[in-house]
Design a protein around this ligand. Structure first.
Ligand SMILES: [Ca+2]
Ligand SMILES: [Ca+2]
Length: 444
């Protein structure tokens, strides 16, 4: 008898191992895999929902027999105002319901798909008590397709969405039979399984989003003569900038990180560089500045009731040793500012707004602030930061952008630039990848 019992245990173990192996390959059976996880691995687990679950788990929905669903597509298409954007931001509302009630706890992901093996998370959240996920994602304007992935009932529902003319992705997933809960391994009990949780031991955070999504940087370039029209060389003050957002389970932003490297100063004026986060209500931030050799030069931590006017980079006469704008120069890197902002209250992506948020240049000589277009308006409704010819004083470009040489201008350095903005972004939205050799400052 003992031998028989042993044999049964061994057989059962082998069977379980096979299931695990198979489920690891097939995302449709991920829920089954979670059932095979040994209980009690995580001591701090709680029971969530009505089902009795093992320690180290919380409740998600699982299939009862074969699940059929309907996907209602109510995406909103149209054009948004063109304000010299090289990125686009699309708002999201995804709802999951079954015949009885909204389905909470479903993982909703949006991915920037680079190739068949590479994709990057651009938004992620779990459906709330109303079965909803709301937020937004920001991608380069050249991105034409994103992937929606919804994990529900252990099934993974995947839809590729052409975002060419989409302003809002609005979809309702209706399951035709009722759902029942199963367990996931969730060490911090935030409702996101460990394997999906970028911060598996921090219940306040679940996801990290990079801007740009490739983990590289944008180039932010200012003209500094405001309110006078600039000379369009876009080299007066240039930084390389990258951002990260930490999202909680609901997809709300709880932390923001920004990284700014001073890279050109083709200007007689001096400046300071600042950041506003207009709708943030309270934060503690840590700002560090590094010398070009990487050594820490300055560090401060402050708690503030709003996040407005924070000086990220000091006087530009002290942050870069070369103008990096003349033909006889080679690229010299300047100082770098790094800021991490821990928000007092989670904020919806819809309230926070997209990167780069509201960075601005303060020109010491003229005492003027210079912001991106589309944010500040006169009483008559016209944009303060669009000049009479329809031109802005600030641009943000994805990646390694080469600014025009001193006494040059963006029109002769980038021959597709004019067609891009006169078509309101519809044509040549990759204009910045095609500089005219000899008209731009070499960055390599
Ligand atoms: Ca978790
Ligand atoms: Ca977490």
């Amino acid at each position: 008898m003992k031998t028989q019992a042993k044999l049964i245990v061994i057989m059962a173990f082998i069977a379980l191992s096979l299931i695990k192996c198979e489920t690891a390959l097939d995302p449709n059976y991920k829920w089954l895999m979670s059932l095979t996880q040994p209980p009690g691995e995580n001591e701090n687990a709680q029971v969530v929902g009505e089902a009795a679950v093992d320690p180290g788990s919380s409740t998600v929905v699982a299939p009862v027999g074969e699940q059929e669903f309907e996907l209602q597509v109510s995406d909103i298409t149209g054009t948004t105002d063109f304000i010299f954007d090289t990125t686009k931001t699309i708002t999201i509302q995804i709802t999951v319901v079954d015949p009885i009630a909204p389905v909470s706890g479903c993982m909703v992901r949006f991915l920037d798909v680079v190739d068949p093996v590479t994709s990057r998370v651009i938004f992620k959240a779990v459906t709330d008590g109303s079965g909803n996920v709301k937020g937004s994602f920001t991608v380069n304007s050249t991105t034409n397709q994103v992937r929606l992935v919804v994990d529900v009932f252990g099934e993974t529902i995947i839809r590729d969405i052409n975002i060419g003319s989409v302003k809002q992705i609005n979809r309702t997933l209706t399951f035709l039979s009722q759902t029942t809960p199963v367990t996931i391994i969730d060490s911090d009990n935030d409702g996101v399984a460990d394997e999906e949780d970028f911060y598996p031991n921090d219940p306040s955070r679940a996801t990290k989003i990079n801007y740009p999504s490739d983990g590289g940087y944008y180039t932010i370039a200012f003209e500094d003569l405001f309110p006078k029209q600039g000379d369009a060389d876009f080299n007066d003050y240039v930084v390389r900038a990258k951002f990260e957002e930490d999202l909680n389970t609901e997809g709300k932003v709880v932390r923001i990180r920004g990284n700014f490297l001073h890279i050109a100063k083709g200007a007689g004026y001096n400046h300071t560089f600042h950041l506003n986060l207009p709708n943030v209500t309270g934060a503690t931030y840590t700002l560090k500045r590094y010398k070009p050799d990487g050594s820490l030069e300055f560090e401060t931590t402050k708690t503030v009731e709003s996040f407005m006017g924070v000086e990220v980079m000091p006087n530009s006469s002290t942050t870069l040793s070369s103008s990096n704008s003349n033909t006889n120069q080679t690229l010299v890197l300047g100082k770098k500012g790094e800021i991490e902002i821990v928000l007092a209250n989670p904020i919806s992506k819809l309230d926070l707004g997209p990167v780069p948020y509201d960075p601005y240049l303060y020109v010491i000589n003229t005492k003027k602030e210079i912001h991106f277009a589309g944010k500040y308006f006169k009483e008559d409704g016209t944009d303060i930061y669009i000049d009479p010819t329809g031109f802005p004083w600030a641009l943000m470009i994805p990646g390694d952008w080469q600014w025009p040489y001193e006494r040059g201008n963006i029109h002769e350095a980038y021959l597709d630039f004019r067609a891009w903005y006169t078509s309101e972004g519809n044509e040549h939205n990759d204009w910045y990848n095609f500089p005219v050799t000899g008209k731009v400052f070499p960055i390599n």
